[in-house]
Write a protein that binds this ligand. Structure first.
Ligand code: FAD
Length: 472
């Protein structure tokens, strides 16, 4: 029997659940990746994610060819293309790894229905997380909405089921790959309608593995270094987790082994916790798909955000990094120039947009979705709703980051600010966080004045959130 493995956010040729199950169940396994026209059509020509995927696909195809297979690639709407390809190849079943975003669930449902109508099966597997859907529940069999008890239950489940980390072998089953078809050339970026863009991060499985090796040398310092954007304190693996160019099981197994022999210092358990946050938000989106559009806590939908031309102008200043708050502007320059933003700065800029400018978190969420190379609907809406206080286990609404204090604490020498706002390079380490309070020289004189006064904005925000006081 024949089968087709449909790759999506799992662009690797090792430890791959769907590929493993297809190879062990069928004699001839084809592999396909679809550049989804419904996703790609609205993107700008220089979208970094498309370049990342394109490079990673070339590597995946090469790896599959080494094992005797190959990757078929299409540029189409998968709801049409998967059933059509399945019919063309005469496969009995399509194997794929689960995706928990509401749009993906609807798409997969449509594909499965069409396949079924043709007498073919559709199999989905857990692959991008250690525990999915309802696998981690409260004692009352309810989904968690607070992180720490979720994390404790997650760790307990892993201790009870250590085989959750077992790799899904591919190479030993390579005899199941169908030989490459003659018409399998990969499309160029230009053929897909895109220009090459700088990903600012190594691509593919090899890139991910090298980055993880590099991070393991620094993991001991993670607990302290992770909060300082000028330092390479974090792993930068988010894009690889997003596109599956690294295996989450491999990451967790490595950290667990390290913890087992007392390695990894204070950093390893904190890093593991971050990987669990990722699963927490994936579970939240799966159980509460409305969080992509509306507040997790319905009472917070009553908040009235700023609107009209003034709000549009404030939003544009935020997007373009000209708020007059150096750390916020440096962070926005980072996302605009590189497609990445440090976690501390995601919190600072999100808080600033919502609680200093009074703008709806969804505007910021959409902007990040457009720019971030690691954009992930679950983590992005989770992070935004955390910062906006509208989410589950969110920052309380009365806790409002002071953008100057954050700058003094987390970029004490102004090193990050100088890197991304070179206009302020001449300011001293004490003055750079609030330039408007100090005498300025040269280019620094043209740096914009703050677009809002933080203290006034703070008061307005507390009043704005009055509508949710009862529910908070
Ligand atoms: P590390 O510190 O090395 O962490 C390791 C991995 O753990 C990350 O790669 C990521 O997969 C996961 N992780 C870490 N922190 C979080 C977190 N708070 N929530 C969920 N997962 C986490 N992360 C995304 O992957 N995509 C997004 O679109 C995204 N949007 C965000 C928006 C806001 C407003 C905020 C506050 C956070 C957002 N995050 C998002 C989470 C976090 O900022 C990034 O995952 C992290 O900065 C990526 O850098 P890293 O790989 O070096 O992380």
């Amino acid at each position: 029997n024949k089968s087709l493995v449909w790759f999506r956010r799992d662009l690797r040729a090792y430890d791959h659940a769907a590929l493993h199950h297809a190879l062990t169940a069928s004699g001839q396994v084809y592999c396909v990746f679809i550049y989804d026209t419904t996703i790609l059509a609205p993107l700008p020509r220089d979208d970094r994610r498309v370049s990342f995927i394109h490079a990673s696909i070339a590597e995946l195809d090469a790896e599959l060819r080494e094992m005797g297979g190959a990757l078929l690639v299409r540029h189409a709407d998968p709801v049409e293309a998967i059933p059509a390809l399945a019919a063309e190849l005469g496969v009995d079943a399509v194997f794929t790894n689960n995706d928990y975003e509401p749009g993906a669930i609807a798409r997969d449902g449509a594909v499965a229905a069409r396949l079924k109508a043709d007498g073919r099966a559709f199999h989905g597997y857990k692959d991008q997380v250690i525990f999915e859907k309802d696998e981690v529940l409260t004692l009352a069999a309810q989904p968690f909405s607070v992180f720490t008890p979720y994390k404790n239950a997650w760790l307990k489940r892993l201790a009870a089921q250590p085989d959750s980390l077992d790799p899904f072998d591919i190479a030993p089953h390579a005899s199941g790959f169908a030989p490459p078809l003659p018409w399998t050339a990969l499309p160029t970026l230009a053929e897909l309608g895109f220009d090459p863009a700088d990903t600012h991060v190594a691509t593919g499985m090899d890139g991910a593995a090298a980055m993880f090796d590099g991070f393991l040398e620094r993991i001991e310092q993670y607990a302290t270094a992770r909060d300082f954007p000028a330092v390479a304190g974090t792993s930068s693996l988010s894009v690889h987790l997003r596109f599956g160019t690294i295996s989450i099981r491999h990451l967790v197994r490595t950290v667990q082994a390290m913890l087992g022999y007392g390695g990894g210092g204070a950093g390893a358990p904190v890093w593991l916790s971050e990987l669990i946050w990722r699963e927490f938000y994936a579970m939240i989106l799966y159980r509460h798909p409305h969080v992509g559009e509306r507040s997790f806590k319905p009472a917070y939908d009553a908040i009235e955000w700023e609107s009209g031309p003034d709000a549009d102008e404030l939003f544009a200043a935020w997007c373009e990094g000209r708020t007059g708050y150096p750390l916020v502007d440096a962070a926005m320059a980072q996302i605009n120039q590189t497609g990445f933003m440090h976690n501390r700065l995601r919190m600072v800029t999100a808080s600033f947009l919502v609680k200093d400018l009074g703008i709806d978190w969804r505007w910021g969420e959409r902007y990040f979705a457009l720019k971030l190379i690691d954009y992930d609907m679950a983590s992005n809406t989770g992070g935004w709703q955390w910062a906006a206080s509208t989410g589950c286990d969110a920052q309380p609404y009365f806790r409002i980051f002071n953008p100057v204090t954050q700058s003094e604490r987390f970029d004490p020498d102004g090193e990050f600010i100088r890197r991304y706002v070179p206009q302020l390079a001449s300011m001293g380490r004490k003055q750079i966080h609030a330039p408007w309070l100090h005498e300025r020289k040269g280019a620094a004189r043209d740096y914009p004045a703050p677009i809002v006064a933080h203290d006034e904005a703070r008061k307005k925000t507390l009043a704005r959130f009055d509508v949710v006081k009862a529910a908070a």
